[in-house]
Design a protein around this ligand. Structure first.
Ligand code: BGC
Length: 478
């Protein structure tokens, strides 16, 4: 049981947490599984390079579109229906992929799954941020990131286990199971009191508040009512870009873009190739290094964020994480100087005995430090902050914009990483990621406020005040 929280509320929050976790797992699994599935797909459908790229990258493009429409959907129909819709699409997309008779149908399946991932990536953390008691909000939204990392890890494991030819259908189809689970978990839940009230359904807002905050539901209801009193219920897209919300808009988009351009998915997607270049000569060794050094470390280090994000605050974790990322990326670049073979060629620099060279070992350690640093900082905290910094009137749509910016940047990095490596070499590529981590660090210290312990209403009020960027707060929420 969560201390200071009633048994019923603990149960309810556990259910919301499980749903958010499942949404994250779907995100991570669908992102991670394709690398292992591609081999079988290529063989079965005799795909050429362009089609391989389409099959790989259309999930990201689908997600970009899904993210863009999800905010308006979540504002209009509710946070929970939007996640439910994503669950249904996940199942449909996974089945289309699994039974695709040819590459065209497969691409339709990939787009459907991508769209679902995009909708879920907006609606699920939004639902979590609005449902969570203030003092647990960071932990709650970080659960979503935990799901993502767990999903990627499971995808790596499934890829390893199901390496034979047509197993790709099973690999892709498996996410339908998580889609069903997501729907089952959401069925007994309700929407957030904030959303009900905004939608002009006060009785349901009251009923849900009485369930989750039995001791002071009336006071909370009044508080919510006051904060919504002068707010139009349906705002135009234009309001998202209004001058008074410029600061949170820029911060959300900035965090979303920096999360990607500091290299995470270059490493998540191309880890096998990087390990090959670092001297892990057999494919089995490369896969094992990727699964454990990247996949498992990513999951475990996310637990650090879940534990500390609401105790230490967002900024200390971001600063520590970015420092770790910048240093480790620099080391990866240096290690590559003494490795001649190229990531793009996927060649190996194993020693005569077949073991990785010293530079290879140094690189492995640096990559572990990088993944761990990302996992306790930029991974979970970016999602947490994107979902807490916007005013209610535009929250759904603004989260959509920031999330779409994240998907767009993810697509750019995954699409061009190998070409950049070809053009300037591995070392310079990783130093660019390191430099961008430093720029992000400086920007966060200067511009991003601490949001720990503030209620969503207090955060909103903060943009109006001339608050110091690092505004300390005495306020504690539920
Ligand atoms: C990012 C993903 C990334 C994952 C890695 C997430 O926060 O949005 O793009 O693949 O972290 O764990």
């Amino acid at each position: 049981m969560i201390p200071g929280v009633s048994r019923l509320m603990t149960k309810r929050l556990a259910l919301v947490g499980a749903a958010i976790l499942t949404a994250g797992i779907l995100f991570g699994y669908d992102q991670g599984v394709i690398s292992g599935a591609l081999r079988g797909i290529e063989a079965d459908f005799d795909l050429k390079t362009t089609m391989i790229e389409v099959v790989t990258s259309f999930v990201t493009l689908g997600a970009l579109v899904g993210a863009l429409v999800a905010g308006a959907m979540a504002d209009r129909f509710g946070r929970r229906p939007a996640v439910l819709f994503a669950g249904v699409l996940f199942i449909a997309g996974a089945l289309i992929e699994a039974f695709a008779p040819g590459s065209a149908v497969l691409v339709v399946g990939r787009l459907t799954v991508g769209f679902a991932v995009g909708v879920a990536s907006v609606a699920a953390p939004l639902y979590a941020a609005e449902m969570a008691p203030t003092r647990l909000r960071g932990t709650f939204v970080s659960t979503y990131q935990f799901g993502i990392t767990f999903g990627i890890f499971v995808a790596y494991l499934v890829d390893e286990w199901l390496q034979s030819g047509s197993a790709w259908r099973l690999m892709l189809g498996l996410s339908a199971v998580a889609g069903v689970l997501l729907i089952v978990l959401l069925l007994p839940l309700r929407d957030t009191p904030r959303w009900y009230l905004r939608a002009g359904r006060p009785a349901e807002a009251e009923a849900e508040l009485a369930r989750i905050h039995p001791d002071d539901s009336e006071a909370r209801f009044r508080e919510l009512e006051e904060s919504l009193a002068d707010e139009p219920s349906d705002v135009a897209w234009r309001e998202v870009f209004a001058r008074r919300w410029r600061a949170p808009l820029v911060i959300g988009i900035g965090l979303a873009v920096f999360q990607q351009i500091t290299g995470i998915n270059a490493i998540i997607y191309y880890a096998d190739k990087i390990f090959a270049a670092a001297g892990f000569s057999s494919p089995a060794d490369q896969t094992a290094a990727t699964t454990w050094a990247i996949g498992a470390v990513n999951v475990l280090a996310t637990l650090i964020a879940i534990t500390f994000v609401d105790r230490l605050g967002r900024k200390p974790l971001l600063v520590a994480g970015l420092l770790g990322m910048a240093v480790s990326l620099t080391v990866v670049g240096v290690a590559f100087l003494s490795i001649d073979d190229s990531v793009t060629a996927g060649a190996s620099t194993a020693t005569a005995s077949g073991r990785p060279s010293d530079a290879g070992i140094i690189m492995l350690v640096a990559l572990v430090v990088y993944i761990a640093s990302f996992a306790f900082s930029m991974g979970p905290i970016v999602w947490t902050m994107i979902n807490e910094i916007y005013p209610r009137s535009v929250r759904g749509r603004a989260v959509s914009v920031a999330t779409a910016a994240n998907w767009f940047s993810a697509w750019i990095v995954s699409q061009f990483f190998l070409s950049v490596v070809d053009a300037v070499g591995e070392s310079v590529t990783f130093w660019i990621f390191a430099a961008l981590s430093v720029v992000c660090l400086v920007w966060i210290v200067a511009k991003v406020p601490e949001t720990r312990s503030r209620t969503l209403e207090e955060i909103e009020a903060m943009w109006g005040e001339d608050a110091p960027p690092d505004g300390a707060t005495g306020a504690t929420g539920a």
